[in-house]
Design a protein around this ligand. Structure first.
Ligand SMILES: [Zn+2]
Length: 73
């Protein structure tokens, strides 16, 4: 994948966390429950949450492709 900002080839890797990672437009403060409009970016908490990602070390940007993630809402 090429960087959408500078056009250079991006490094293929993964985002990982101890907990499921999701994108939300409404910041959670206490309970991190995935809402209907939230987008899940990794698999669940019991399988070493991991999702594919691309890094542009020049722009310092990470691109996460969730189109093949069947868990997104
Ligand atoms: Zn770039």
């Amino acid at each position: 994948m090429n960087c959408p900002i500078c056009g250079k080839e991006m490094e293929v890797g993964y985002i990982q966390s101890a907990r499921r990672v999701f994108f939300t437009t409404k910041k959670k403060h206490v309970f991190f429950v995935v809402g209907k409009k939230d987008i899940i970016l990794t698999d669940d908490n019991f399988t070493c949450p991991t999702g594919p990602a691309y890094n542009c070390s020049y722009c310092k940007k990470i691109v996460i492709d969730y189109k093949n993630n069947e868990n997104y809402m």
